[in-house]
Ligand binder design. Structure first.
Ligand code: FAD
Length: 453
């Protein structure tokens, strides 16, 4: 603690704010608005654009790119349905302008909805547990919520300065004709398929034996096959070791000795918490690796300092950051603790077809239960009946045979994200496989396949 700093438990009587939030992303905005709604004096410190990763360089721009790529898929299907000459040319600058305009309008809407919340522009760092320096100003507060998010992890290898991150992709003025993507998590997989649909040659390199590390093994295998069928070269079990700059291409060397040429290399190798510039040492907030350690309410080991979202070691998803933020604010300003349950958080990979899951994978269920049942089937959606290429979809349920309760749902199919999230309330209430089978669906729809398993 510095000589003129305040002890963690002494709340300044004439403090500027009840709550200062660091970071105006998904978690920070949700927390600030919730506290302001309760009449608290709130400020948000933000060093970049309002909206954080999701709006500016994450969920929204990637999904807009995916919608753009969908037209390529629809065009190839259209010719099977009798449309003559449906092909069109994709123009990246035209799309990019439309995407940038939409993101700008989202940012504006988010700023317009901040009401009485003060926006303090600049990088925030702790002076003590109740005092923050934000750019040129210093403010005092009862509580601090750290919601600073994360940034792409870059490996320490020769030539890494030539590689792009997901953030750089949205800034490209022209679209290169070939990419090497290092990392087979959902960001690497989504970008691989999108860039391939735009006509780029794509090589996806992943150090594990399968893409989508945290997903069920049958889903991983299906996704890999979809990527290969799309013309993406998938190299698994290999690591990016070096990048060299050639005359007009980059040359990547992998740890198995292979070399791959590509115009651009995208690193999608995980995310590291933005915690290094917060001066956390001044407040003795505990960290592990590059993340802030919090309890179930988002409390750090310093009682008035909370942390939520991607800078903590939980689930790196926008709805999770928001839910954690609401729980943290409730805990701060009420007489009870609130917490988030992670058991039934659904997640999706927005590829073609979509991939979605909720609950336990088969492997996780086998670790936790003596016995499990697995129901797995493939089907082809009716929409692809006339198509020259097939779209094999897959549904898998993991079930506890002693109760018939469904422990996990895994789906690769058109609109899988919407279908899986619609099941969540019933799953939380202990939906059994028999109840699912007895449900009458809508025909013909993809969703009815879940009931017919
Ligand atoms: P962020 O939204 O990252 O906000 C943190 C903010 O803090 C930033 O604005 C930053 O500028 C600011 N900041 C950092 N340090 C300081 C400081 N010292 N002082 C002041 N300000 C600071 N999630 C989904 O649920 N669905 C998706 O489809 C999805 N797609 C994604 C695609 C990509 C390419 C990426 C990268 C992420 C995606 N995510 C998705 C994840 C999602 O974006 C994050 O989980 C979410 O944005 C986390 O919110 P947050 O509040 O923790 O942090």
């Amino acid at each position: 603690m510095s000589a003129n700093s305040m002890p963690a438990d002494s709340v300044p009587a004439n403090r500027d704010y009840d709550l200062v939030v660091i970071g105006a992303g998904s978690g920070g905005l949700a927390a600030a608005k919730q506290a302001a709604k309760q009449g608290k004096r709130v400020a948000i410190a933000e060093k970049e654009a309002i909206g954080g990763t999701c709006v500016n360089r994450g969920c929204i721009p990637t999904k807009l790119m995916i919608y753009a790529a969908d037209f390529a898929k629809q065009q190839s299907l259209a010719s099977d349905y009798g449309w003559v000459n449906p092909e069109g040319l994709f123009d990246w600058p035209t799309f990019k302008q439309a995407m940038d305009d939409h993101i700008q309008s989202l940012r504006q809407t988010q700023s317009d909805h901040l009401g009485d919340i003060d926006i303090l522009r600049g990088q925030a760092e702790f002076v003590d547990a109740h005092t923050l320096r934000i750019g040129e100003q210093t403010v005092t507060t009862e509580y601090v919520l750290i919601a600073v998010g994360a940034r792409p992890k870059m490996p320490d290898i020769p030539g890494i300065k030539h590689a792009l991150t997901s953030r750089d992709i949205f800034r490209l003025e022209t679209l290169p004709d070939s990419f090497l993507i290092a990392g087979g998590g959902y960001i690497g997989v989504e970008f691989s398929q999108v860039l391939r649909s735009f006509g780029c040659r794509v090589t996806l390199v992943d150090s594990s034996s399968q893409v989508l590390d945290r997903f069920d093994k049958d889903i991983q295998e299906r996704v890999k096959q979809i990527l290969v069928d799309d013309g993406i070269k998938v190299i698994d079990g290999a690591r990016l070791e070096e990048i060299a700059k050639g005359t007009d291409t980059l040359v990547a060397t992998l740890d198995d000795g292979q070399t791959i040429k590509a115009k651009q290399i995208l690193c999608a190798l995980g995310r590291t918490g933005n915690i290094d510039t917060l001066n956390l040492e001044a407040v003795a907030v505990a960290t592990e690796k590059d993340k802030i350690v919090v309890d179930d309410q988002g409390r750090t080991n310093t009682p008035n300092i909370f942390a939520v979202g991607d800078c903590t070691d939980k689930m790196l998803l926008t709805p999770v950051a928001r839910a954690e933020a609401l729980a943290a604010v409730e805990t701060m300003f009420s007489d009870h603790d609130a917490q988030v349950s992670y058991r039934w958080v659904p997640s999706a990979v927005f590829m073609h077809p979509e991939v979605a899951m909720v609950g336990l994978t088969e492997r996780a269920a086998r670790e936790q239960y003596n016995q499990i049942e697995v129901h797995c089937d493939t089907f082809s959606p009716l929409k692809y009946a006339l198509a020259s290429e097939s779209l094999e979809s897959l549904i898998k349920l993991v079930v506890d045979p002693s109760t018939q309760n469904i422990l996990g749902v895994h789906l690769v199919a058109p609109r899988a994200a919407d279908l899986v999230q619609a099941l969540v309330p019933a799953l939380k209430k202990g939906l059994t496989v028999t109840e699912l089978e007895q449900t009458i669906g809508i025909h013909p729809s993809v969703g009815e396949e879940i009931f017919a398993l």
